[in-house]
Design a protein around this ligand. Structure first.
Ligand code: DP6
Length: 366
């Protein structure tokens, strides 16, 4: 497998034209969670996620020839219209870390304008959609300047590889519907280095699945995912957790093919609670769920018991509850959300999302 280090991606022309590229890239919600990593952003266990549709990042990356004599990376970063030094520093560090993959980064100055359709740092994976968007933009620059990555598959695979280096979960956001990341005996094509799509084998019921994201709290997370992964290194349950994740991955793959919703929900919910159990068991321990998260979980369990509808939940590394359900019960679930769940959401906020068709390039006037 190529590590994508490529000195040939250096601009050799005297005059470098400036350019602007824009991508809309969705967030994703993992069913089997990536939690624990090693080396250069390599996962401790395989993970699989649904690609979302309405929770997305729009990123426009503009570049021009580097001003003479200046060393280091020049990046102006704007988030929702305003200069954002914190996100800027994170993105600059990311660009610096991949100059061996894209040497042309050292020859250009950049500005990035980015907007999210959802509140950042509230457990909706803004780093996933954000880093995937930057990766898509960089691969597009490569394609435009060097004529490489013409084939869709090679473009996506490299974008996924690069996105992974920015944020692990981001590598799954480059594909529609579902994506697998991490080596597993259950899926020969899967890799630790990049995600691969999981679509053809998927039962139709999951291709139109819903994810209604209930915002239990918009507040910033106390502990970032990156810090959370690091705490797994000393977690006494870590090895058992990785074994469990592998086993569940195998089981889930069969379930995703057969369309067994009950079995799907059982794994999805247990994965979410295991993820948070790992946080509570860490040294130092922390809790990202809020009282409203637990109230919402109890409501969902009671609703399922009473109606027998296949309504399940998962959680990201945050307080917000993701409701997972098939399209055929969308009307009933919407009524249930509005009448019984919104009271637990901050400012009554929720995102009505569903499985999406992946990132796409936005046309812009240069
Ligand atoms: C709980 O991908 O945000 O959402 O690689 O350090 O950027 P970094 O972490 P990140 O971790 C996401 C963890 C998760 C589970 C998942 O998406 O698989």
């Amino acid at each position: 497998m190529s590590n994508y280090i490529n000195p040939a991606l250096t601009i050799t022309t005297d005059k470098i034209d400036s350019g602007k590229i824009s991508w809309q890239t969705p967030s994703n919600i993992a069913i089997i969670k990536y939690w624990g990593k090693h080396g250069r952003q390599l996962p401790r266990n395989p993970s699989i996620s649904f690609t979302l549709n309405n929770a997305f990042t729009k990123t426009t990356l503009a570049y021009q020839a580097k001003r003479n004599g200046e060393k280091g990376i020049n990046l102006d970063f704007y988030f929702e219209g305003k200069s954002n030094p914190q996100f800027g520093a994170k993105s600059k560090k990311f660009l610096e870390s991949i100059t061996d993959i894209f040497p042309f980064i050292n020859q250009l100055d950049f500005s990035i304008h980015t907007d999210n359709s959802f509140p950042h740092s509230s457990g909706i994976a803004s780093s996933a959609s954000g880093m995937a968007a930057i990766a898509m933009c960089l691969c597009t620059i490569e394609k435009n300047l060097f004529g490489t990555l013409q084939e869709e598959e090679s473009f996506r695979q490299k974008a996924s590889y690069v996105a992974r280096l920015g944020s692990g979960s981001a590598c799954r956001s480059v594909y529609p519907t579902m994506a697998i990341w991490g080596k597993t005996s259950a899926y020969a094509k899967a890799s630790d280095e990049y995600a691969v799509p999981f679509i053809e084998e998927l039962s139709p019921v999951f291709k139109t699945f819903h994810d209604s994201i209930l915002i239990a709290s918009r507040g910033e997370k106390k502990v970032s995912s990156t810090a959370g992964h690091a705490l797994m290194d000393d977690n006494i349950f870590a090895q058992n957790r990785y074994t469990q994740a592998n086993q569940r991955f195998n089981d889930l793959l069969a379930i995703l093919k057969s369309g067994d919703l009950h079995a799907f929900g059982k794994i999805a919910e247990n994965e979410a609670l295991t993820l948070h159990a790992m946080m509570m068991n860490a040294d130092a321990s922390y809790i990202l769920m809020r009282p409203a998260t637990l109230s919402l979980i109890e409501k969902v369990q009671a609703y399922r018991e009473a109606t027998k509808h296949p309504l399940y939940f998962t959680l990201d590394a945050g307080p917000n509850l993701h409701l997972l359900y098939p399209d055929e019960i969308r009307k009933e679930v919407k009524k249930f959300i509005e009448s019984e769940l919104l009271q637990f959401c901050e400012n009554g906020e929720w995102i009505d999302d569903h499985v999406g068709s992946g990132p796409f390039e936005l046309k812009i006037k240069n």
